[in-house]
Write a new protein. Sequence first.
Length: 69
Amino acid sequence: MDEVFEMASEPNTSIWEIDSQINRKKMEVIKLDKKIAEKQEDLKKILERYGLTVDELEDYRLSRMSKEK
């Protein structure tokens, strides 16, 4: 977002450049959303494989953090 505002503040920037930058950023967001979905699916499969729930994993993480302090 900051990049687009910087571009817009420059007097020689065309509207097409701004539009192009916005479209590139939208594509980046779409790619990141897909990666996030893949990682969530991977985590779901791992949890199923070991018979765990997200709550159990979170409890383990929190208990481990408190032990390390």
